[in-house]
Design a protein around this ligand. Structure first.
Ligand SMILES: C[S@@+](CC[C@H](N)C(=O)[O-])C[C@H]1O[C@@H](n2cnc3c(N)ncnc32)[C@H](O)[C@@H]1O
Length: 222
């Protein structure tokens, strides 16, 4: 499914979020507070928007992105080359459930709109913790559902009724943008995700909500 929508993925992100997705990634990357020549792994990197944002915010950092969709990795690599960042940013095909890196390899590990899609999410979080160095952090950017009753009503109407139609029309994929709201409904609350992160072994877990509670940024320390 992700390979099928890859060519229209960036365009639809901008369109369906009215450009907010960039702000959300920017905030999530800043949360890592990476310093100097730090190393960052972006899991489920897709077309590398998080990896590129990290390269912009941390000009001396080295960044690796992994995704199991070859087509996403191909398109992401092309963007990295266009930005002339291939010296510092590289992508590879890999599963989030079995990351091909040694323990304690990265100063920060991020995942944006990816954890929801991993079949065994706790295993994905444990893998993120395994490859983070002691004292390093993991940052999770993910959709959640607004709590304010009026905003929640409007948002759910858009998310369940309008977004799937636009997504289907633009991407040409019959199900991908119906899967999106369905998978968000199926995902735990921000507190539930914080509990999972603790279960995966992270400490000092905290989160904050953005854009009226449409998305949450969680952070935990190894
Ligand atoms: C919604 S996209 C998010 C992409 C990117 N992080 C972003 O912010 O736009 C989810 C990505 O996760 C990838 N993905 C889903 N499950 C995965 C898994 N088990 N292992 C690796 N990548 C996975 C998909 O191929 C897709 O590119």
């Amino acid at each position: 499914m992700f390979s099928a929508i890859a060519p229209r993925y960036d365009f639809l992100n901008r369109l369906l979020s009215a450009g907010r997705d960039r702000t959300w990634r920017r905030a999530a990357v800043a949360t890592t507070a990476l310093s100097g020549h730090g190393t960052l792994l972006d899991v489920c990197t897709g077309t590398a928007d998080m990896a590129l944002e990290a390269a912009r915010q941390f000009p001396d950092a080295r960044i690796v992105g992994v995704d199991f969709s070859r087509r996403m990795v191909f398109l992401g690599t092309a963007k990295i080359e266009r930005a002339r960042l291939e010296e510092r940013v590289r992508l590879q095909v890999a599963s989030a459930e079995t990351l091909p890196f040694a323990d304690d390899s990265f100063d920060a590990v991020t995942v944006a709109f990816g954890l929801r899609n991993i079949p065994d999410r706790l295993r994905g979080l444990r893998e993120m913790r395994r490859v983070a160095r002691p004292g390093g952090c993991a940052v999770v950017l993910e959709f959640t559902t607004p709590l304010h009753p009026m905003f929640r009503w409007v948002y759910l109407w858009y998310f369940h009724r309008i977004l799937p139609k636009i997504g289907r029309f633009v991407s040409g994929h019959p199900a991908a943008y119906s899967y999106l709201p369905a998978s968000v409904s199926d995902f735990p609350s921000p507190q539930g995700l914080a509990d999972w992160m603790q279960e995966a072994g992270f400490s000092e877990v905290s989160y904050r909500l953005l854009t009226g509670g449409i998305v949450a940024i969680h952070v935990g320390v190894k």
